[in-house]
Design a protein around this ligand. Structure first.
Ligand SMILES: [Zn+2]
Length: 200
């Protein structure tokens, strides 16, 4: 998502809040509270104080994108369509927020500046970022998801490829190295490729 469309959506989402049905505003309030809590929990586990991300409804509503993370403004967007909000609440909101907060953690632990992160975004970088979010959501941060709520993995190819890379880091290094992935992923990618060559 580019900068201009990101700003537009945010401004529109704020001004449209007044004409939003109350149930959508109520859901957004629940998501805000959960975001605050999970961001604190993640800060504690990782041992760094993460800034508080803001959260809003996106009115772009790309199909099948339940939520997204905007690195520039450190914001989480929920898809505001009725269909996807009803999918998110109550079963999927916790795992979705934890996934997006893992992107927030990446944003705040990568040593690259935001501009460098933006200019060097490649398919491989996306694979690692999505794998990082999927892995933390379903492993290190999975206890945050309340019992009975869903915490499934995406079957999207990029997510699966990313998840496999994180599983490699855990299997062949100290599991704590997972939190170093935003800093060391390029080095890990080289090692992972060499490992793939060796076993095939
Ligand atoms: Zn993601």
């Amino acid at each position: 998502m580019n900068l201009i469309s990101s700003i537009n959506i945010w401004e529109r989402s704020q001004s449209l809040t007044g004409v939003c049905p109350q149930w959508k505003i109520d859901y957004l309030e629940i998501a805000k509270e959960k975001t605050k809590k999970y961001n604190r929990d993640i800060s504690e586990i990782v041992g760094i104080k993460l800034p508080q991300p803001s959260i809003g409804l996106s009115f772009m509503n790309p199909k099948k994108v339940m939520a997204s993370y905007d690195s520039l403004f450190q914001r989480i967007y929920l898809n505001s369509s009725k269909e996807l909000l009803e999918y998110l609440f109550p079963e999927n909101i916790d795992s979705t927020l934890i996934h997006e907060l893992s992107h927030h953690l990446w944003r705040n632990t990568s040593r690259d500046t935001f501009i460098t992160q933006l200019l060097t975004i490649t398919k491989t970088a996306c694979i690692w970022q999505e794998g990082f979010a999927e892995f933390l959501q379903t492993n290190f941060f999975s206890d945050f998801v309340p019992k009975g709520m869903s915490n499934g993995l995406s079957h999207n190819k990029i997510y699966v490829e990313g998840f496999n890379r994180l599983a490699y880091v855990v299997a062949f290094k100290d599991p704590k190295e997972v939190f170093q992935v935003p800093v060391k992923w390029k080095q890990f990618e080289t090692e992972y490729q060499n490992y793939q060559k060796a076993i095939h």
